[in-house]
Design a binder for this molecule. Structure first.
Ligand SMILES: O=C(O)COP(=O)(O)O
Ligand SMILES: [Mg+2]
Length: 227
């Protein structure tokens, strides 16, 4: 299955960086602005993965009905974005073996692209700050295309920009979003078990395997490529 892999599309939040603590601070500052009680990290983790708009929708829905959410949505999103940009990366860290895994993939000759549902204006400075930008030839955010993961569009656009067929491009992510998007695009996909999967067990994700770290993913690729 991994014999012809030429590139990898790697997810950001929950796959390379444990950003839930950043989300927690930004969301709770926004909630404070609206005189709402703070949320816990465990609750935030179930809400991350489908982009900022979806996150704000879920957060407001805890306290307001559909009309109440709609009335506050624009102001809440703007407040959240302001708070997030002010602390972006301060409370988050790389998962174990991310540098090693990315370097091992580059050493195998793989081209690397990041496809995240995070807005590009958050993703780019965060990746710079955590010193992983240089591994990637391109980064696409949740606002780079007309649709986000789990729609296959971002994966298809990334493959087209690489000038590779989806079967030559391995996706690696932490959530069902990544796997659904990858499979619909025709990319093989691996799952890391330590991220955020909307509060669902990672074993329920329809993927081609679970890899404990990005370094294990690279080792799997090198083992398959040598046969
Ligand atoms: O910002 C999000 O909703 C999650 O982004 P991800 O696609 O990098 O997991
Ligand atoms: Mg993710």
């Amino acid at each position: 299955m991994f014999n012809h892999i030429k590139a990898a599309i790697i997810d950001l939040d929950g796959t390379m960086i444990d950003t839930a603590p950043d989300f927690l601070v930004a969301i709770n500052r926004m909630r404070e602005d609206f005189a709402l009680a703070p949320l816990t990290l465990d609750v935030i983790k179930t809400m991350v993965g489908k982009g900022s708009e979806n996150l704000i929708q879920q957060v407001l829905s805890l306290d307001f009905d559909a009309d109440g959410v709609a009335a506050r949505f624009d102001d809440a999103l703007a407040a959240y974005q302001r708070h997030y940009l002010a602390i972006n990366g301060d409370h988050s860290q790389l998962y174990p073996e991310v540098h090693e895994g990315l370097q091992a993939m580059r050493d195998l000759g793989l081209r690397l692209v990041c496809v995240t549902n995070k807005p590009l204006a958050f993703a780019l400075p965060l990746m710079q700050k955590k010193e992983i930008s240089s591994y990637f030839e391109q980064v696409y955010g949740g606002d780079s295309f007309a649709k986000k993961k789990p729609d296959p569009l971002p994966m298809l656009e990334a493959c087209q920009a690489l000038d590779l067929s989806p079967s030559q491009v391995l996706a690696i992510g932490d959530s069902s979003n990544d796997a659904i998007a990858a499979r619909a695009a025709g990319c093989p996909v691996l799952t890391v078990p330590y991220g955020y999967n909307h509060g669902e067990a990672v074993q329920n994700i329809q993927s081609d395997g679970i890899v404990e770290t990005l370094l294990i993913a690279a080792q799997l690729l090198s083992a398959k490529n040598s046969h």
